[in-house]
Design a binder for this molecule. Sequence first.
Ligand code: FAD
Ligand code: UDP
Length: 402
Amino acid sequence: MFDYLIVGAGFAGSVLAERLANGSGKRVLICDKRPHIGGNAYDYYNNDGILIHKYGPHIFHTNSADVFDYLTRFTEWRDYQHTVLADVDGMRVPIPINLNTINKLYGLNLNALELKEFFEKVREKREPVRTSEDVVVNAVGQELYEKFFRGYTRKQWGLDPSELDASVTARVPTRTNRDDRYFTDTFQAMPRHGYTRMFENILNISCITVALNADYTELQKEVAFREMIYTGPVDAFFDYRFGKLPYRSLEFKHETHDVETFQEAPVVNYPNGQPYTRVTEFKYLTGQVHKKTGIVYEYPKAEGDPYYPIPRQENAELYRKYQALADAREDVHFVGRLATYKYYNMDQIVAQALTVYGKIEGLKRKEAVALRKQPAPAILFPTGNGNGNGKPNGRPVVEAVS
Ligand code: FAD
Ligand code: UDP
C-alpha cells in the first residue's frame, strides 16, 4: 500500500513526492502520462547533442530564498540573467520597454528623467486598471501598446488584451532606466546540468516509485494508496462536470542550425506579423558550447496540451465551481498550475507545493522544508489488486530515475 499516489511529475508533484518521502517517511508512487519526469520544465539532449527545453524556454527566477535554498539541495546553479529583444518596426529593441528601447526606436537620446516626462505625455490614464490593455496603455500609451503588446497578446491568447485580466501584461514592467534584463528577481539562475537532472535528484529516494507513460485513471485501478496529490487539469479530474476550463496551448517547432549563433539574443519576440510569438536559442540559457545551435518557435493554439490557464473573469468563476468540488475532497490535494488554474511560474509552484506539504504536516512552510525522516522501505510495484500474479503486467513503465 502506498501512502500517496501523486499524479504528475512536474514541479508540483515532484516537490511533494520528495517532501513526503524524505520529510515524512511516506511511501510514494508518482506517475506521469508522459514518458518523462519534469513536467513542462523537461529538458534533454537532442540528436545533435544540444540541450533543449521540449516545452519551450524555462528560465528560473525567484525572490524567495526559501524556494531557492530548497532547490539548491538538488542542483548546482549557473548564473543567468535573461534578456529579450522585440522585433518592432524592422528593429530589434529590448523588452521590457526601457530607456534603451525608446531611444533606439525613435532615434532619441533621452535620459531617465526625460523618459518619465515622455511617458507622462503619451500615456492614457485608465482608472481603474482592470484589463491587460489598461495596464499598458496607462503606462506607455496607445502607440507603444500597439507596437509591443496588442498583436503579441492576441496571438498568444486568441483574445484581445481588453478581454484579459490586468495580471497578464502586468508581468512585463515598464522601466525608465537602462536595465535590459527581462527579470529583476533576487535569484536568477539555471540548473547547471539541466532541469531533468535536477528532477532526477529530487526523486532519487528508494521509497519513491516513478511510473511513466502512466495515466492515473488507469493506474488507480491497479494500486492501493491512501491519499492522492493531483497536479493535472482540475476540470479533467471532475469529468468536465461544469464544462471545459479554457487552457491555451502551443505548438513547439524545434530546429537545429549548423551555425554557432542563430540570433543576437536568447529570445526574440515577434509582436506583429509572424504566426509565432517568439524564438528561443537555448545555448544562451544553458551556457552550452557547441558548434551547432538549437532554437524553438512557439505557435499558440486553442487545442492541444494545456499549457496556460487563461486569466479572465469568466474563467475564474468557472474555476471557482471546480475549486469548491476540489475543496470538498479530503482524500485529494490539488496542487500546481493546472490543478489550481493559476498562471504561476516555476518558483511559485515550488512555493505552493511546499505550503501544501506544510499543511499536510500541520507545520509552517519553513519548518516543513526542514523536516527529515528515515526513508520508508522501498515498495515493489505493482501492488494491490493488479493482475494478481505479482508480476508486472507490462503497463505502466516503472523506472528507477537515478
Ligand atoms: P506541469 O509541469 O504541467 O506538470 C503536470 C504534469 O501532470 C504533466 O507532466 C502532465 O503530463 C501530468 N498529468 C496531467 N494529467 C495526468 C494524468 N491524467 N495522469 C498522469 N499524469 C498527468 N516558469 C518559469 O518560472 N519561468 C519560465 O521561463 C517559464 N517558461 C514557460 C514557458 C512555457 C512555454 C510554459 C508553458 C510554461 C513556462 N513556465 C515558466 C511555467 C512552468 O512551466 C510552470 O510553472 C511549471 O512547470 C508548473 O509545474 P506543475 O507541476 O504545476 O505542472
Ligand atoms: N507580452 C506582450 N509582448 C511581449 C511580451 C509579453 O504582449 O513582447 C504580453 C503577452 O500577453 C504575454 C504576457 O505579456 O502573454 C506575459 O509575458 P511573459 O513573457 O511573462 O509570458 P510567458 O513567458 O509566461 O509566456
